[in-house]
Design a protein around this ligand. Structure first.
Ligand SMILES: [Zn+2]
Length: 401
């Protein structure tokens, strides 16, 4: 009988195996009931990349979008009730100064921003500071290196042309390829003075050796755009596109400058870059929209003062053209899928397609009378405004503080 256990199941073994079967059934049930880690229920899902604009449930598992449907009844570990709210891809802000502040990434995350670009806060000399913020950011953050090696300076980044140092910028990029996503050239007369053309030429010299885009800060340049814009290549970004004259993108007769149209036709992107000084004036906005030259992206030019100024947050900036006839899905596209096409780090973001990383912004679209500020104390009144409500990053709900 030495080999009995090989042929007969003893009572003890029977109990053990039954217990195991029961336990594994329980595990299977638990797995079934929490097949999803999170379900966002009943919101108006707007995913311009998938041409979705409908009331849907969104189910998440493994940090990714697992299912979208009219009614997903499975249980989930967590649930967000989004009835009456918008559920959109996590917002991508391509012009911020988040990298300047250790707490920056967390602050914008609460506004629904699940990806950010720091646009030139630092140059080669102190690039490690902004890269440290990007490295520790919970959401994806990348840096545009300022061609001015000392970064943003009150006296003007490249007023001293020697600061536009090609070899210093190249060296900084080669050491930080994983976090530097492009080169920033700030060209206004109080930043680059008469050096604007040469500063842009040098920025391109740096960027082209790495296949990176250049973002220019336009507005009130000394050199006309007709001379500056031919230096822009496909994939580059013009920020502050609503900057008033001198040298705005539209002439006095209401025509978009030919160099601007040519730039867009060869694949240069046009970004809002809301900011606080010299970048937006309502009459210029109105003329540009009348000429049907819509922005490709919204961005805040965010810093820690934003909440106390006309910027407030990215959802507020996204609201400003609704009164000029931009649709809600078009506004969402400009802060999601459009931005994802500009920087490769966001390649799989900006959409809620099944399989995409579950970065999601839940927004409220409120009706009322909302005052929107330009950078010249001008106001317009809008009838609708987006407000942040909840953020989901990699499938996890972010706690608002
Ligand atoms: Zn900026």
């Amino acid at each position: 009988m030495a080999d009995r256990s090989a042929h007969f199941v003893t009572r003890r073994e029977f109990i053990a195996s039954t217990g195991a079967a029961l336990a594994s059934a329980a595990v299977a049930r638990a797995a079934q009931s929490s097949r999803y880690t999170l379900i966002i229920k009943g919101g108006r899902v707007i995913d311009p990349a998938a041409r979705v604009d409908a009331v849907r449930d969104v189910a998440i598992a493994g940090g990714r979008i697992a299912a979208i449907g009219p009614s997903i009844s499975a249980d989930a570990a967590d649930m967000i009730d989004a009835h009456g709210k918008l559920v959109v891809p996590g917002l991508l802000d391509i012009h911020t100064h988040v990298g300047r502040y250790a707490e920056g990434p967390q602050l914008v995350l609460q506004d629904g921003v699940t990806g950010w670009i720091d646009a030139g806060s630092q140059g080669a000399d102190h690039i490690a500071d902004t890269i440290a913020t990007a490295r520790s950011s919970p959401q994806q953050g990348r840096i545009l290196i300022n061609i001015g090696r000392a970064g943003i300076l009150p006296e003007g980044d490249t007023m001293d042309l020697a600061r536009a140092d090609v070899s210093a910028a190249r060296e900084a990029i080669s050491k930080n390829r994983d976090f530097i996503a492009g080169v920033k050239a700030r060209l206004s007369r109080d930043v680059a003075g008469p050096n604007d053309f040469e500063v842009l030429r040098r920025a391109q010299e740096v960027a082209s050796s790495f296949g990176l885009p250049v973002m220019i800060h336009m507005g009130q340049t000394i050199t006309p755009l007709a001379r500056l814009f031919p230096l822009l290549k496909r994939g580059d970004v013009v920020t502050h596109m609503f900057a008033p004259p001198p040298n705005s993108i539209i002439d006095d007769s209401g025509k978009i400058e030919p160099a601007v149209i040519a730039a867009r036709q060869r694949g240069v992107w046009f970004d809002v870059g809301n900011g606080q000084n010299g970048h937006i004036r309502w009459d210029t906005v109105e003329a540009i929209i009348k000429a049907r030259f819509w922005p490709d992206t919204f961005s805040t030019d965010w810093n820690t003062n934003s909440r106390q100024t006309g910027v407030i947050d990215l959802p507020n900036c996204m609201s400003k053209l609704l009164g000029y006839g931009m649709t809600v899905p078009d506004a969402v596209a400009r802060a999601t899928i459009n931005a994802s096409r500009i920087f490769p780090v966001f390649k799989d973001r900006g959409t809620l397609k099944v399989g995409a990383p579950a970065d999601i912004a839940v927004l409220e679209l409120r009706d009322g009378n909302f005052e929107f500020l330009d950078n010249y104390k001008g106001t317009i009144t809008g009838r609708q405004r987006f407000f942040p409500s909840a953020t989901v990053l990699a499938g996890k709900r972010i706690t608002r503080t």
